[in-house]
Ligand binder design. Sequence first.
Ligand code: ZN
Length: 331
Amino acid sequence: MSYFEVTPDIVRVVGDESIEDEINACYIIFDSEIAIIDSGTPQTPKNDILNCIGDYGRNAEDVAYILTTHEHYDHFGAHAWLKKKTNAKIVAHQKAEATLSNPKKLSTDHYMLGKSDKFMLSFYGSPTDRLHACNVDQTVEDGDTISFGNIDLEVIYTGGHCAGHVFYYEPRSKAIFIGDEALMYPGDSYKYYIDFTGDASRRFKALKGLLNMNWKLLCPIHDEAYMKTDGMEMLRMAIDGHKQWNQTIIDVLNEYGKEMSTGKLAREAEERMGISWGPQMSRLIDHSTVYMHLLALKKAGKVDGRGEYDKARWKLSAEALLEEFDSELAF
Ligand SMILES: [Zn+2]
């Protein structure tokens, strides 16, 4: 089993590598009561979460809360199992609730899997198949507080990576649990993902917000916890990656000079960014990050787009053609 002390009261439990080198993990916050933040996939780290609690001389009954950063299979995968073992309250943002109680929504709403995607995933093994539904005992919104032991955990709504994404801030250690808003792979701030329920400008806002927040420990799920200096560096890289996506999309549209489809644009932009997803992840997430950036750019008046996702056609907006692009692309 592997777990690491972030502080004497905060432990990161790390599971086996899952699909395509993704590292799954969760955090445990110890006080007179215990809270678990995310639960990994249905397979891992699963048992290690309770084994870790046992190693700290504590019992499953001490767990008061199972908290959810967001509604993806590798974050609520063992919620139902943990609920049975601990009888703790499951907490998630109100926009995550429907997916936790009906994980099939992942295929339809979040990943929008087509027939061929589902067929191919049946060979690789779709991670969404083995998910158990769970009831959310308490929904939260931005500004809410979750209290256990002597800790008042603050909820910050972000909704960038997907619609129901939140941060949890633990004021005693000044630790902020940021789920998947910054990155999905260790140290790779450019290879992130926004699903079809997410929002690129909300993600950008969440990352910029972290630059000015009073935290000492930045705790992503798929990467180790960062102290302030390294965490700030990682955030700046993540912000650069976000801006680079916008700029690359605009460059491609500018050079192509006429309308192009989402698929063609995505392939070209991903190649320029040096981004390649393996077959399993690519089936799950396809080009949604590019598409969500395009929607945000459209809202900001930088591009014109018509049609729905895979049939949509995109070009630079007439106004955007007349102006010099601000590299900040602050929208
Ligand atoms: Zn995620």
